[in-house]
Write a protein that binds this ligand. Structure first.
Ligand code: CA
Length: 423
């Protein structure tokens, strides 16, 4: 077991047992305050551990890594040091904040220097995202979409069970939780027999996804195997892949997603390391037919992470409209990364790869409005008496995620985005 994952560890810092950021979590982010420049922090309960302050006080010296990487406005430089440093640093923080150890606990001045209440901090984009890839790896989602738009009897295209289908998205429009978006505009073809029109998207949707962030990969021409893949994955965050269904429907043939997808995708600010998620590994679904050898893997490939989507209307009412789980994924991260690099495609530090919409088998676990309202034929009733087929102006979409086991909770916080009218 990774030392920091020991469920028996309790912190001397007061952390609510139901808090997402337990001492077994220790997620990484970038924050600033009125007096502190952007820097690497680790969340613990309602506080951020300021790693620059901890470094200046000498607490990280025993680890012997380049501590200047912590004074950066992205995690990229730190991630370049590789998985070994991440693991040692998490273990060190776990030791320093463990109530069994006195090294930091007994020094109140040092404590006040290195802790920042989360409410006083401004979170920033955690990663300078180089390239962004979006997969399509939930069989329930792919089946639902295929059923609605093509043929219920042949919902999955012939390649789907053989390839973790994906496309290259746009990194520049990935935004942080809390940033509002405007309803996108574009070309649509609402009527079959009439010419296309231009205007604000009418079928605005979210996609409940999770994304993983990579360490530096291998050189161009080389591949990462499923057995090696976890060494190249830093961690995960929540990911809302905003989608303009009407723009998407008209433009996607034959080259796939474009302007219906690249106007915004929102992420949560804390990256939960793959190390912290290790206790929550579970087996994935049986893959039938058998996959090609380069996609085979051993052991447990999925993670049991409860996911939830809330819709907040402009009057402040919050309705939970979806409950899903990351373990429903047909293709896992190891297979996605192995497939992505099998042709020699190189990946770089800070690349982001999203899962694709994560839908479960029941209608309340569908990860998009398209599926929840079944293409608008089954409107969702909200507590304020209104209905939704898709997302309206003034609505906020909030996604949450957390894994729990043996009294330990490792949560992701949330990603929240409000939709403003088109401009
Ligand atoms: Ca997507």
């Amino acid at each position: 077991m990774i030392k920091a994952n020991d469920p028996g560890i309790k912190s001397w810092l007061d952390v609510d047992p139901n808090h997402d950021f337990s001492i077994q979590n220790l997620p990484f982010g970038i924050f600033k305050t009125n007096s502190l420049s952007p820097r690497v922090g680790v969340a613990l309960g309602d506080n951020i551990i300021d790693l620059v302050a901890l470094s200046q006080l000498g607490y990280l010296k025993p680890l012997n890594f380049d501590e200047s990487t912590l004074s950066s406005s992205s995690l990229n430089e730190f991630m370049l040091l590789g998985k070994g440093v991440t693991r040692e640093l998490r273990n060190r923080l776990s030791f320093l904040f463990n109530r069994e150890n006195d090294e930091l606990q007994s020094r109140s001045t040092h404590i006040s220097n290195c802790l920042v209440p989360i409410e006083q901090a401004t979170m920033m984009m955690p990663v300078n995202i180089g390239d962004y890839t979006d997969f399509y790896s939930s069989i329930e989602h792919a089946t639902n979409v295929g059923t609605m738009f093509r043929d219920p009897n042949n919902a999955l295209l012939p390649n789907w069970r053989h390839i973790p289908v994906g496309y290259h998205g746009r990194a520049s429009s990935i935004i942080l939780s809390g940033q509002d978006i405007h309803r996108p505009k574009g070309q649509q073809k609402p009527n079959e027999n009439e010419p296309p029109v231009y205007g604000p998207c009418r079928l605005l949707d979210f996609e409940l996804e999770m994304a993983f962030v990579t360490y530096q990969g291998k050189a161009l021409g080389q591949s990462i195997s499923t057995a090696e893949a976890e060494d190249y994955i830093f961690g995960m965050c929540l990911f809302n892949d905003w989608s303009a269904r009407d723009i998407q429907k008209w433009e996607y043939v034959p080259l796939g997603p474009f302007l219906g997808k690249n106007f915004a995708s929102s992420i949560s600010p804390w990256i939960i390391t793959l190390d912290a998620l290790q206790p929550f590994k579970v087996s994935g679904p049986v893959q039938e037919p058998k996959v090609l050898p380069y996609l085979e893997y051993t052991g447990e490939g999925n993670y049991n992470i409860d996911l939830q989507v809330d819709l907040k209307t402009e009057n402040g009412d919050v309705n939970t409209i979806c409950k899903s789980n990351y373990q429903y994924m047909y293709w896992n991260m190891r297979q996605q990364l192995a497939h992505h690099t099998i042709n020699g495609c190189n990946i770089n530090v800070g690349d982001m790869m999203a899962s694709g919409t994560i839908s479960g088998s029941t209608p309340d676990s569908y990860g998009s409005m398209l599926e929840l309202s079944w293409k608008g034929t089954k409107p969702i009733k909200l507590s304020d008496g209104t209905e939704r087929k898709f997302i309206q102006d003034g609505d906020s979409v909030i996604m949450k995620g957390a894994a729990s086991k043996d009294g330990v909770r490792v949560g992701f916080g949330s990603v929240e985005t409000k939709v403003l009218p088109a401009i």
